[in-house]
Design a protein around this ligand. Sequence first.
Ligand code: NAD
Length: 501
Amino acid sequence: MALARHTMTAPTDIRRQLFINGEFTDALSGETLATLNPHDNSVIAEVALAGREDVDRAVDAAHQAFAAWSRRGAAERGGILLRLAGLIEANAEELARLESLDTGHPLRDSRMLDVPRTAGCYRYFGGMADKFQGETIPVEAGFLNYTLREPVGVVGQVVPWNFPLMFTSWKMAPALAAGNCVVMKPAEITPLSSLRIAELMAQAGLPPGVVNVVPGLGTVAGQYIAEHPGIAKIAFTGSTATGRRVVQASAGNLKKVQLELGGKGANIVFDDADLAAAVNGSAWAIFHNQGQACIAGSRLLLHEKIADAFLERFVALARSIRLGNPLDEGTEMGPLTSAQHQQRVLSYVEVARAEGGEVLAGGRAPAAEELSRGCYVEPTIVRARTPRDRIAQEEVFGPFVTVLTFRDEAEALAIANGTDYGLGAGLWTCNLQRAHRFARELRAGMVWINSYKRVNPGSPFGGTGLSGYGREMGFDAMREYTQVKSVWVNVDARIPPHYPR
Ligand code: NAD
């Protein structure tokens, strides 16, 4: 039964189990971990905590399911994903509430973005399943050469806590469309929506074992998925530090690895930009989801001519954002997803002060009594002294934007490209040539012009440098979840063999 149907007055009665081989089951150790509501840190549910032996069970189930699933007609596989998209829409309100409860996303965002994007992702890849095809290659006379796009096998998928519903769809939808079986590990602090999706997958007709969901600690279940000899590929989204560990752990059986890691997105406003649009868009770029987004525009680069006018409006906008219980209809910004993360974000305000930064807005937990037990941080704007400052280089992953100014295009580009990350970047200008010239020069996997943070299941998503490698979404994702087999056929019996007798 779905969580939202329970009353929240006796939260510790609510239990959730692992999903292995089509059934909900306790961890073999019997261990559980409480998942908390970041609005007040109350317990929402006790969730079974997968250990290595549970990961083994999940991998076994996935292997058992693989032969039949990978041989199913592609349209049939796609049909299941299309039914799932419909079920997500039919249960949209419940899923939105569940996601908001577990993560702190304002309900408004969960309804308008997380749930529709999740349904849209399953629908896109449901439709893609029978349209992704191999090629025939024009090789030498007398031969036919064609390629098959075969599933990789059993894939491990590990996701973070910032967009659990959406990120599980970005990974599971293409994997399933391509005929793989999945062992999915959600983040230990936000496991609820992926367990509910597993239930809906079964309802949509997904056979047992094709998807297994094993909430567990990253250092135990996550690490073991990365090491596991029975897993052919790992797709990981999370921090750069953990990404490195995943790569090391994957070396044992030379897994295929796909990494979506951290970012320090440059959002550049030129002096010819539409200022009102740029102010609004830049607030969205950093404050949506409390800034907990890898692609967040967390470095705001302002042309010195418009910096003061821009900041006046930007600070006013940041101060007007309504913080509150994510489940309240009027809330525009919720809490961060955990108390530990709240402390980490606030610690960067101290870092900023220590290195001579100027706090222009926020910089603390809100004073309101009704928010005092939650993981809230006010929208925070800090002017850095130099682009090399820690606050201009390190990913804060919160409602914390670092402001820098520039004199000309060359300086803007040097600052923008002056980090080891390379995920998302944005620029605001009315000069068409500059826009395209700059988009080309930016070291980033995604660039938005006069916009920020657009995503679509058809558009490749991923980064370069310390932001990782591989792409989610679109045809690129199908390539990531398949391997190519090249088949040679002698179609002309007159061709002599190499060693004529
Ligand atoms: P994290 O790396 O701590 O955890 C991510 C996931 O990895 C969790 O499920 C965790 O349990 C698991 N994990 C932890 N240790 C592991 C290990 N040794 N082996 C395998 N798995 C392990 O990251 P986080 O703090 O949960 O998430 C925030 C980070 O994720 C930020 O750096 C953010 O930029 C990044 N992120 C990147 C993208 C992207 O698409 N590039 C998207 C969202 C978030």
